[in-house]
Design a protein around this ligand. Sequence first.
Ligand SMILES: Cc1cc2nc3c(=O)[nH]c(=O)nc-3n(C[C@H](O)[C@H](O)[C@H](O)COP(=O)(O)OP(=O)(O)OC[C@H]3O[C@@H](n4cnc5c(N)ncnc54)[C@H](O)[C@@H]3O)c2cc1C
Length: 244
Amino acid sequence: MESEFENWLSTEKVGAESESCLEWRRQFFDWWLRWEECDTGCDSLRRQSAVAWGQYIDYECDTSLANGFYSVLDVLERSARDGQVDVRLAHAVEVREQSRLVNGNVTPRQLPQKIDYSSPAATIVHCSNGATFSCRLALITVSLGCLKADDAIVFMPELPTEKVESIKAVEFGTINRVKLDFEWPFWDKKNPGYMILWKDEGRNEEKVTRQNWTRHVVGFDEVVQQPNMLMAWVSGEAARYLLL
Ligand SMILES: Cc1cc2nc3c(=O)[nH]c(=O)nc-3n(C[C@H](O)[C@H](O)[C@H](O)COP(=O)(O)OP(=O)(O)OC[C@H]3O[C@@H](n4cnc5c(N)ncnc54)[C@H](O)[C@@H]3O)c2cc1C
């Protein structure tokens, strides 16, 4: 896309437009790349699967929940209050134990069996607070990062090879958003939000640091049902600095 864009500029625009106009076009293109990185949740479009990207379908309308995600929380909260679901906080499933130092030597600890589905009769889930649950069926919905981590949950028996390979193969990036709550909305309500165009000045080549991560912010959008709020998006390396 970068080379196509530069081709298009040089064949159709260079010579026909002023330098400042060409610079604007480059800044828009750079913004669009940053936006796509956020939208697809990848660190760099260079690492994005073109096939998967091609399968992505944009809805024509805004698909936000009418009352925001609160409507989901409300149902969950009501179900918990009515005793229909039993939510247990601070019940982490135990993860693979780290090696430990014994007499100066690193000895791998015996791997604990933390989600044991070896018996067709019951699956047993062990939690780090000592609780165990025996159930007919366990749905494990920890994120991909938790499944990929060195201290990932141990399954007994190991997950099927196909799943292990998929967990290894699928990658993910980092996106973060920052919500800013103002006393009043000072922006144009008909055309809300601000997108940021950056002069290149080597921005894409420079190392991201704690001082310059803001130069990778895509822009600020309004937030559904929060009239005084703007939300900034940032992805990749810069998004990880935001957390430091
Ligand atoms: C900045 C950002 C903005 C986003 N914006 C949107 C948006 O506007 N709309 C949208 O639809 N999606 C959005 N997403 C994506 C959405 O948040 C995720 O797709 C969704 O939260 C994934 O849900 P999940 O239940 O699969 O995983 P998670 O929400 O990650 O839930 C996994 C759960 O597993 C638990 N867990 C992990 N390890 C253990 C363990 N050992 N024992 C017990 N529990 C464990 C975790 O505590 C967590 O609660 C956004 C994501 C990000 C990061």
